[in-house]
Ligand binder design. Structure first.
Ligand SMILES: [Zn+2]
Length: 76
């Protein structure tokens, strides 16, 4: 990209433990990112910026995010 200035508002992703009551839908496989008591499932939450402006939050199962090729970079 030939952009002259790097925006400080870029999309990025973080990895979190799925909490009880979570009702997000995975942006990759379109199924709920469910809390499970047995397995400490992890989800990736991505803040998506479009043209330097915050646009939306996307949720992913951690494995789906990897499968999607980490569209918003590596999740911490
Ligand atoms: Zn998924």
């Amino acid at each position: 990209m030939a952009a002259t200035k790097q925006s400080t508002f870029t999309s990025r992703a973080v990895s979190r433990v799925v909490e009880a009551g979570n009702s997000a839908i995975c942006a990759e496989c379109q199924t709920p990112v469910k809390f499970t008591a047995k397995i400490k499932a992890r989800q990736v939450i991505a803040n998506v910026y479009v043209d330097g402006r915050w646009d939306r939050v996307e949720h992913y199962h951690e494995e789906c995010y990897d499968q999607a090729g980490q569209p918003y970079g590596g999740a911490d």
